[in-house]
Design a protein around this ligand. Structure first.
Ligand code: FES
Length: 127
């Protein structure tokens, strides 16, 4: 089953006269994640996909975990410099759970307080 880590690359963009300046915080976080992902045990099962905005812009930087049949989580307020390793640790926990549930007490520190949404898995329509 494919798992996806969405990373918002437009989070923490610095704007000047209507133009983005340099790399955004989200792009830096994506770079940090990609570096760790190269040697990660789950790299073939858990892909990183960049997205432009997940509508939680006031909580930059944001990421999300999603997979068929599992809860979808959206996390924000993640520090650019030192959250990549914690994000992949949490992704590992998400992968290991049948329904993807991530109890507060088990999540790595930056993902304990940064939760924005937990959306239930889709269920088959009943006839
Ligand atoms: S810019 Fe990242 S959530 Fe909107």
């Amino acid at each position: 089953m494919q798992h996806t880590l969405f990373v918002c690359t437009t989070c923490a963009t610095v704007w000047k006269e209507g133009k983005p300046q340099g790399k955004s915080g989200g792009e830096q976080l994506l770079e940090n994640l990609n570096k760790l992902h190269q040697n990660w045990d789950l790299k073939d099962n858990f892909t990183i996909q960049q997205v432009k905005c997940m509508s939680a812009c006031s909580h930059a930087c944001t990421i999300s975990f999603a997979a068929p049949g599992k809860y979808t989580y959206l996390f924000g307020d993640l520090p650019v410099g030192d959250s990549a390793s914690a994000i992949l640790d949490c992704a590992y926990q998400y992968y290991a759970k049948a329904d993807g549930s991530l109890p507060w007490s088990e999540r790595p520190e930056p993902l304990k307080k940064g939760i924005i949404a937990k959306i239930p898995p889709l269920t088959e329509a009943r006839s």
